[in-house]
Design a protein around this ligand. Structure first.
Ligand code: 4AD
Ligand code: MG
Length: 476
């Protein structure tokens, strides 16, 4: 007798005796089990001969119970499925008390499911989202592997602040209130595990640059940590970032790479995850129907994904963007003034959304930002006031990618670090790259959860990562 997953069983054409294991989604009329095992969005219907089944056993077939079923695969009389299972034997592997099991067969709010994050992937929505997350992650590795990149593991615990923004979680083994002191009264760092305070990485970029300057084309894909107190639907304290870094590539090449890469991974899931996408597409459509007409999205989820793969991203300099914002009318209804008077100000998410969703209506790559609102490592332009930075803005998401051409000139980089009070001793190895065989190089960082949000249409970043970490929340 052959064992199947639900996914393989639903495609099976040979009618035969089979065995299958999974969790009961619903049990109707003492007869119809909808069984799911996570291998697909769909359930397989298993029909129980209740007249010949022990009543005590029937009572234990409840939502959430783990069961092993032996039966005959037969053609289904029901709608929406070609095969079903006539149960000959059912074994309860693990009971699920219907009185206390949180995931009832009804619509639960996302807030409730976040509190039950350990069980929420037993719903169709979250299992679909997490299968897509897995597929996107595979597509990322596939893209870089197909294009000659090496996968590099950058450290999680680091001694430097890659973004210079001071938003790091400290890693120290010293008692912070009463640190051990040396005879001269200073903190005794020999008692600290690493001999100094370190932190959780905010980005693998600086280390990736070192490998790009020897292996040519590399990327990292790992967890990064930010101690920023942003309680929004787009920020996590722990998120996964994809960071390619390429030697001899300038900013234009960086834009080409980012665009090609994003189109490729989105095409991958369009091709391989149609079931889950169609389900999420319908879910979103229902959600849209609850909104006033004017606020509804013009495109469905799948249409949005196709749009991104089929259209060029619009490339606009920061200075052009400011002009557009200056000439746009203030939006009185939303009580927000899109107008930025000042060249040099950082764009707020409202400005970004206006550019992407109202003005261009497509993904936008903004480049050549004012130097003083961007990180220390970005390549200064000949105008002396802008840097070769790029941000990619996506409809409904805002900033999804941040990247740049890196400053490859030792003297200019040192000057910039001095202005920002970044000690050279901390980054001596980073400066070495500019001393020995320096060259033009570029890279970017893609926030993986923001990509998953875009691909699944989920509105809150907490719902696209298994166990979200946000300020005041690390329950699981
Ligand atoms: O723009 P960021 O800060 O850029 C960097 O870290 C560069 N070192 C990347 C590089 O050039 N290699 O972050 C990059 C992306 C953002 O565009 C955003 O998508 C995501 O990371 N991101 C976050 N995602 C979720 N929660 C947060 N708190 C995030 N902060 C940034
Ligand atoms: Mg950024």
């Amino acid at each position: 007798m052959k064992s199947f997953t639900v996914a393989t069983l639903l495609k099976e054409t040979k009618l035969q005796e089979i065995q299958i294991k999974g969790w009961v989604r619903t049990f109707r009329a003492n007869r119809f089990i909808a069984l799911n095992d996570g291998s697909t969005l769909h359930n397989i219907q298993c029909v129980v001969d209740f007249e010949n089944t022990d009543e005590a056993l029937l009572k234990r077939i409840t939502t959430g119970a783990a069961v092993s079923i032996t039966g005959e695969l037969v053609e289904s009389q029901g709608k929406g499925q070609s095969v079903e299972v006539t149960v000959t034997k059912i074994e309860i592997l693990g009971d699920s008390d219907p009185e206390t099991y949180p995931i009832q067969p009804k619509k639960h709010s996302f807030e409730f499911l976040r509190e039950n994050a350990h069980l929420r992937t037993r719903t169709s929505t979250f299992s679909a989202v997490m299968r897509l997350r897995s597929a996107l992650s595979f597509a990322v590795h596939k893209y870089f592997n197909d294009n000659g990149f090496y996968y590099m593991h950058t450290p999680i615990i680091t001694g430097s602040d890659a973004e210079g923004a001071g938003e790091m979680f400290r890693v120290s083994t010293l008692d912070q209130k009463n640190p051990p002191l040396t005879e001269d009264g200073s903190v005794d760092q020999t008692k600290n595990f690493f001999g100094k305070d370190t932190n959780l990485t905010v980005s693998g970029q600086l280390e990736a640059e070192t490998y790009a300057m020897s292996l040519g084309k590399v990327y990292t894909f790992g967890p990064t940590f930010r101690a920023e107190n942003s309680n929004t639907s787009r920020h996590l304290s722990e998120f996964w970032m994809i960071e390619p870094e390429v030697a001899f590539m300038d900013l234009a090449g960086n834009m080409d790479l980012a665009e090609d890469f994003m189109k490729s991974v989105i095409s991958y899931v369009l091709e391989h995850n149609a079931d889950d996408l169609e389900f999420l597409d319908k879910r979103l459509l229902d959600e849209e129907k609850t909104k006033p007409q004017a606020e509804r999205s013009e495109l469905s989820l799948i249409e949005k994904l196709k749009f991104v793969t089929e259209n060029n991203f619009k490339r606009v300099s920061y200075t052009e963007a400011i002009d557009i914002l200056r000439n746009s009318k203030p939006n009185k209804k939303k009580k927000f003034n899109y107008i930025i008077e000042e060249w040099g100000a950082d764009l707020q998410s409202e400005h970004e959304r206006f550019l992407v969703e109202k003005h261009f209506k497509c993904p936008v790559i903004l480049f050549d930002y004012p130097a003083n609102i961007k990180a220390f490592y970005m390549r200064l332009n000949e105008d002396g006031k802008t840097v070769r930075a790029m941000d990619i803005l996506f409809p409904g998401i805002g900033e999804i990618v941040g990247g740049s051409q890196r400053e490859e000139r030792l003297d200019v980089l040192k000057e910039k670090m001095a202005v920002l009070d970044i000690p050279e001793e901390e980054l001596w190895w980073y400066l070495d790259l500019r001393k020995y065989g320096t060259a033009v190089h570029s890279g970017f960082g893609l926030g993986f959860e923001r990509l998953v949000m875009f691909a699944t249409g989920m509105g809150n970043i907490r719902d696209v990562i298994p166990y979200p970490r946000t300020p005041q929340n690390a329950e699981f």
